[in-house]
Ligand binder design. Structure first.
Ligand code: GDP
Ligand code: IMO
Ligand code: MG
Length: 427
């Protein structure tokens, strides 16, 4: 297997919400297959196209293209009720049929008790320790997966197996729920949920492995869509303020069933500044008027939870770590236009931690004590939203992008200057 394939991975290289949805939507127009490889409906991927504005949670962003096969891969955790309402919403708003979504039979199912437990566990954490989860049951579902007691999509296809698994598991789940003073679940109601999901999605629950292998070997165009960003990766992110999966290229190969060497291009999506939603260290966070201005102009409110996002300057140390870890070949720099009215723009290129200089990203505990060291550049004070070529960009905007390339040693191939599909410069 060589890199002579047409597989592109799109990953978030910050704390999530980098604009992955809009980049995947753009690239998906030429894709035969789009695969969501990890995470669940904690995602909020905004797509604006000629059909309207959509926030996709569990559906891959290639869903608007009837000729593209959309796979919810083996590494994901699936809430079928969310999937149902998203499909309904697209059908009514976009006026299209959605028959192009397939779920790998290995994907784990988010059960109602996962959602209840996510909320309860988060509620019990002190203000300082809160992860700020999306309360979609993501952590508890992956917990069961790792404990090897999870319910997989394949299980709902076989009533007898499901009954056996749920009967063994429910007393434990109900004890946990009782511990938090929450209502318990009965076997019959969960079996009824599963029967409903089977009826609606059964024909679309498949073994995607042979399909994907065939597509890789016949050089079809495949797009791997990441959820969240590396800074909340379970292993390399700001644990324990992380999610419970790997939103990296390593997670992509595993969660989609594509060998690493078949991935020919890795697009790292990165905002021209930084945002984070939820708890944990965020080195360049601004608690002042500049942070408020970024939030206001950038519309930085969660696509899933509506929470205000924490805002700050571009953290090149974290982005450098992300580019290396993901083997990023091309950067997609989004929301450049949000900086149009800032007269000074800053770029963090190192940290001071307990009197010591760090040029690289340390573990969470040290990140919590890190003070950013900035380079300051002149803003361009020009509207970039109408720019469609590199040459049309103001010189100072070009200088900012070139400095990012220099520090990250990675080419910025895509520059996004607005949320619309065509507000994109390809270099
Ligand atoms: P994702 O989770 O990585 O897909 O990103 P989100 O959809 O959560 O957040 C990105 C937000 O920025 C969405 O509201 C997009 O419509 C918007 N957006 C994306 N690219 C641009 C851009 O270049 N400029 C502006 N102004 N907004 C953008
Ligand atoms: P997209 O795909 C931003 C954050 C939550 C919380 C932590 C764990 O739109 O970029 P979880 O519900 O996964 O257990 O929450 O991760 N988080 C996100 N932040 N964008 C997302 O998705 C996120 N998904 C989870 O705020 O801090
Ligand atoms: Mg998002």
């Amino acid at each position: 297997m060589t890199k002579d394939t047409r597989v592109t991975a799109v990953v978030g290289v910050q704390w999530g919400d980098e604009g992955k949805g809009r980049i995947v939507d753009y690239l998906a127009k030429d894709a035969d297959i789009v695969i969501r490889f990890q995470g669940g409906d904690n995602a909020g991927h905004t797509v604006i196209n000629e059909m309207g504005k959509f926030a996709l949670h569990i559906l891959p962003s290639g869903v608007f293209n009837p000729d593209t096969m959309n796979i919810v891969g083996a590494g994901t955790v699936v809430n079928f009720d969310t999937m149902h309402s998203e499909i309904d919403n697209i059908k009514s708003k976009a006026g299209i049929e959605v028959n192009n979504v397939f779920i790998d039979e290995r994907a784990h199912i988010i059960m109602p008790y996962h959602i209840a437990l996510d909320g309860a566990e988060e509620g019990k954490r002190s203000a300082k320790d809160k992860i700020g989860t999306t309360k979609r049951g993501i952590g508890p579902c992956y917990e069961d997966k790792a404990a090897r007691i999870g319910i997989r999509a394949a299980d709902i296809m076989d009533e007898e197996t499901l009954m056996k698994k749920l009967s063994a598991l429910l007393p434990k789940k109900n004890r946990e729920l009782e511990y938090y003073g929450l209502p318990t679940y009965g076997l019959d109601e969960l079996m009824a949920d599963a029967a409903r999901w089977k009826k609606e999605f059964g024909d679309h629950i498949i073994d995607t492995a042979p399909v994907v292998r065939d597509a890789v070997e016949s050089r079809q165009r495949i797009l791997l869509e990441g959820q969240l960003g590396i800074m909340r990766d379970l292993d390399w992110g700001i644990y324990p303020y992380s999610t419970s999966s790997n939103p990296t290229v390593a997670g992509a190969t595993n969660g989609s069933g594509i060998p690493y060497c078949s991935i020919s291009k890795v697009v790292g999506v990165v905002k021209a500044y930084a945002t984070s939603v939820g708890g944990g260290p965020f080195m360049t966070e601004l608690h002042d008027k500049t942070g408020e201005k970024l939030r206001e102009i950038g519309g930085e409110f969660g696509a899933t939870t509506g929470r205000p996002r924490r805002c700050g300057w571009f953290d090149a140390v974290a982005a450098d770590f992300a580019c290396y870890m993901n083997g990023v070949t091309d950067l997609a720099l989004t929301k450049l236009d949000v900086l149009d009215s800032f007269d000074k723009i800053r770029l963090c290129t190192g940290y001071m931690i307990e009197g010591e200089y760090f040029s690289y990203l340390p573990e969470t505990r040290l990140q919590e004590k890190a003070k950013p060291i900035y380079e300051t550049m002149d803003g361009w004070l020009t509207d970039t939203t109408g720019c469609r070529t590199w040459d049309e960009l103001p010189e100072k905007a070009k200088a900012f992008i070139q400095r990012i390339e220099e520090v990250l040693k990675t080419h910025v191939t895509y520059i996004s200057v607005g949320p619309e599909r065509n507000q994109l410069i390809i270099r």
